[in-house]
Ligand binder design. Structure first.
Ligand code: ADP
Ligand code: MG
Length: 247
C-alpha cells in the first residue's frame, strides 16, 4: 500500500522545550493510523505541524509526494486534507442538508455565477450531499437546523462537513472527547466504516477505541516516537507501558 503522508525528522521547539523532537512517520493510504501518548507527549503539536497551524523548527511533511511543509491551514482542503474538530466548521442556522451542500459546493470550486443558477442544476452535489448525510447517520435530520442537533449529532455533522471537503486524508483530533457512551460507540463505528475509502490520522486518548479501530498505532513520548505497530503489538509493549507510567 502506498504512503500518502510522510513526516521526516519533524521537530518543533518552544524556547527550550522540544515538543516534537525528530519524528518520522509514514501513513499508508486507506488506513486508520492513530497517534497516542501520555499528556504533554507532543500529540497536539505534531498534529498542528501537519495541518499547518504551526511551523516546524526542522523537518518536512510530504503529502502524496509533494512537500507541503509550512503550507497554511486554509490551503489544506485544496490539497485534499481535512481537519475535523479543530474549529467549528458548521453553520448553526443552516439545515444539515445545506451545511453539507455548501461545503461540497465550495470544494467543487463553483463560482458565484454558478450559484445564481437554480440549485437543482447540480444533481451531482445533491446526490453526494445525500450520500454523506446517510453515511454519518443523519438522514432523519436532513431538514433540521444544525443548532437543534444533540452534541453527538453535531459531531457527526462536523464529520459530514469534513467529508464534504472530499479529503484524501482526514485528521481527527479526539473525535469522541466529551461524548456520551452511546454517541462514542456511534462515532467509533463511523470512523471504522470510513476506513479504506479515506485515510485517517487520529489522535485519541481512549485506548480501547484506538485498539479497536486502528490499523497502525504510533506512540509519542516526550516528543519522540517510541513505538509503532499494529494494536496487538502496542498493547503488549513494555516501552509503551513504561511511558504511560512515567518511568
Ligand atoms: P499533548 O497534546 O501530547 O498533550 P502538546 O503537544 O500539547 O502535548 O505539548 C507538548 C509539550 O510542548 C508540552 O511540554 C507543552 O507544555 C509544550 N508546548 C506545547 N505548545 C506550546 C506552546 N505554544 N508554547 C510553549 N510550550 C508549548
Ligand atoms: Mg494535546
Amino acid at each position: 500500500m502506498s504512503v500518502i503522508l510522510q513526516c521526516t525528522g519533524l521537530a518543533r521547539h518552544f524556547g527550550g522545550v522540544f515538543a516534537v523532537n525528530g519524528v518520522d512517520l509514514a501513513v499508508r493510504e486507506g488506513t486508520i493510523h492513530s497517534v497516542i501518548g501520555p499528556n504533554g507527549a507532543g500529540k497536539s503539536t505534531f498534529f498542528n505541524l501537519i495541518s499547518g497551524e504551526i511551523l516546524p523548527s526542522s523537518g518536512t511533511v510530504t503529502f502524496d509526494g509533494t512537500d507541503i511543509t509550512g503550507t497554511p491551514p486554509h490551503r489544506m482542503p485544496h490539497l485534499g486534507i481535512s481537519r475535523c474538530f479543530q474549529r467549528t466548521n458548521v453553520f448553526p442556522d443552516l439545515t444539515i442538508h445545506d451545511n453539507v451542500w455548501a461545503a461540497l459546493f465550495a470544494r467543487m470550486n463553483k463560482g458565484p455565477a454558478d450559484y445564481l443558477k437554480r440549485r437543482n442544476a447540480f444533481p451531482d452535489i445533491e446526490e453526494k450531499t445525500a450520500q454523506i448525510i446517510r453515511e454519518v447517520g443523519l438522514a432523519h435530520k436532513t431538514t433540521a437546523l444544525a443548532r437543534t442537533l444533540s452534541h453527538g449529532q453535531s459531531r457527526m455533522l462536523e464529520v459530514a462537513v469534513s467529508l464534504a471537503g472530499l479529503p484524501r486524508l482526514l485528521l481527527l483530533d479526539e473525535p469522541t472527547q466529551g461524548l456520551a457512551p452511546e454517541a462514542t460507540v456511534e462515532m467509533t463505528h463511523l470512523i471504522r466504516s470510513l476506513a479504506g475509502r479515506y485515510t485517517i490520522l487520529l489522535i485519541e486518548h481512549k485506548m480501547n477505541i484506538v485498539m479497536e479501530i486502528s490499523d497502525t498505532v504510533s506512540v509519542l513520548s516526550l516528543g519522540r516516537m517510541i513505538e509503532e505497530g499494529p494494536p496487538a503489538q502496542i498493547r503488549t509493549s513494555q516501552r509503551v507501558q513504561d511511558a504511560y507510567l512515567g518511568r
